[in-house]
Design a protein around this ligand. Structure first.
Ligand code: GLN
Length: 193
């Protein structure tokens, strides 16, 4: 399957650690070609990128080991579409790679509440509310004016947008609701034209 008008977009999935395989399957269901990203050259020629959840401290160590931090920031700054989920959002914040003008609070919903689900209405997403699975999830504690909040839980932002980056606290790859992946593939297909 190819997206309307463009060639089939090639989307990278950061695959150092964490839940990358399910993202790859979701992207393929949406018609993308998928490449796992482990070293900087894997970013070459990508039309879009997913930063999966996992453990942000482990991811940051992996970036240092592979020299991936600066290339990831450059990728975000290039304006190509990015979907960042959970730890993938945390590593982009001001205190880590500094690619997003926000600060995440890690494990923000409390250590006792390791996991919960909610129904979220995301601004800009057509259709019914999205079932959102939160696993030791962050929330956005502070953000600058360039950040648009798409959804919040108890007043805390859990889905945001900055330019071509959509960042969410939850795990859209676990529910079979591929709308965020589809939006990424569509945006990446426009890049690929
Ligand atoms: N708690 C993890 C962290 O702080 C994030 C969890 C996740 O990605 N599901 O990095």
């Amino acid at each position: 399957m190819s997206t309307a008008g463009g060639r089939t977009p090639l989307i990278g999935v950061l695959a150092l650690q964490g839940g990358f395989a399910a993202h790859g399957r979701a992207l393929e269901r949406c018609g993308a070609r998928v490449r796992e990203v482990r070293v900087p050259t894997d970013l070459d020629g990508l039309d879009g990128l997913v930063l999966p959840g996992g453990e942000s401290t482990t991811l940051m160590l992996g970036f240092a080991r592979e020299g991936l931090g600066e290339p990831l920031v450059e990728f975000v700054r290039s304006g190509r579409p990015v979907l960042a989920t959970c730890a993938g959002m945390i590593v982009l914040d001001r205190e880590r790679l500094g690619a997003l003008d926000l600060r995440c609070e890690r494990n923000a919903f409390g250590r006792q509440v390791h996991s919960f689900e909610d129904e979220l209405d995301l601004d800009g997403l057509d259709g019914p509310p999205m079932r959102a699975v939160f696993i030791r999830a962050p929330w956005v504690a502070e953000h600058g004016p360039g950040i648009t909040v798409l959804a919040a839980v108890d007043g805390h932002p859990v889905a945001v947008r900055q330019g071509a980056v959509t960042a969410v606290s939850f795990h859209p790859e676990l529910t079979g609701d591929d709308r965020l992946h589809a939006a990424l593939v569509t945006a990446a297909g426009t890049q690929a034209d």
